[in-house]
Design a protein around this ligand. Structure first.
Ligand code: SAM
Length: 198
């Protein structure tokens, strides 16, 4: 398992696949243990790095993870099989904005780690699948230090993306349904929980 994780880190760095920072995944794994998380929905699998580590946090954790890029999805499937986690991790090959999940299944933890400009849409779509005591974690809220410096960015695309992340942070802060805590860990994380338990 340790070897596979190292191989995945190496693959990600060589192939330019963005994966979660070590401090951030350590925070999430601790959250899983401390809060007795059993069911996780991850949006944005990439090659399965965070899904495998989350599933390994404790024995009774099950992960559904969604990836829209075919090459990454195939690599993710391969990695999940290699570490013998195919019974704990269900990999879905589809755009998360098009997925129709069963309305009966709710999750203890939803991890949003897909296209950063889609954070608000993904949050709005998937909040209905969160259990009353569940949490939605979002990664990359600092976006490599660019957030809160969008005025200094010259590239139009990057500026647009960073503005979307800033808007998402405002959306979380002003959200009437959720309380959000922000953590200066790794590339910046948030943990959102229902204000009033449903
Ligand atoms: N969670 C992964 C990890 O830490 O190992 C990293 C995920 S990477 C930051 C984001 C991934 O989300 C990319 O592989 C991208 O193809 C995928 N993605 C982006 N938007 C998506 C969407 N709407 N639906 C499904 N996958 C998406």
């Amino acid at each position: 398992m340790k070897e596979l994780i190292l191989e995945m880190e190496d693959y990600a760095s060589k192939k330019n696949v963005p994966i979660i920072e070590k401090k951030s995944i350590a925070f999430i794994m601790k959250y899983i243990k401390d809060n007795n998380v059993k069911s996780i929905l991850e949006i944005g699998s990439a090659i399965g790095y965070s899904a495998i580590l989350m599933a390994s946090a404790k024995e009774d954790v099950f992960v559904t993870t969604i990836e829209r890029d075919e090459e990454r999805y195939m690599e993710c499937l391969k990695n999940v099989k290699r570490c013998g986690m195919d019974k704990k991790i269900n990999v879905v090959f589809q755009d998360a904005l098009d997925v129709n999940l069963s309305e009966e299944v709710k999750y203890d933890l939803i991890f949003i780690d897909a296209a950063k400009a889609q954070n608000t849409r993904l949050f709005e779509k998937y909040k209905y699948f969160l259990k009353p005591k569940g949490a939605i974690i979002t990664d990359n809220l600092k976006f490599h230090g660019y957030v809160e410096k969008s005025d200094q960015i010259e590239s139009k695309n990057l500026k647009g993306l960073v503005r979307k992340i800033e808007e998402y942070i405002e959306y979380l802060k002003e959200n009437p349904e959720f309380d959000t805590k922000f953590y200066d860990i790794g590339d910046g994380l948030s943990v959102s929980t229902w204000k009033d338990e449903k």
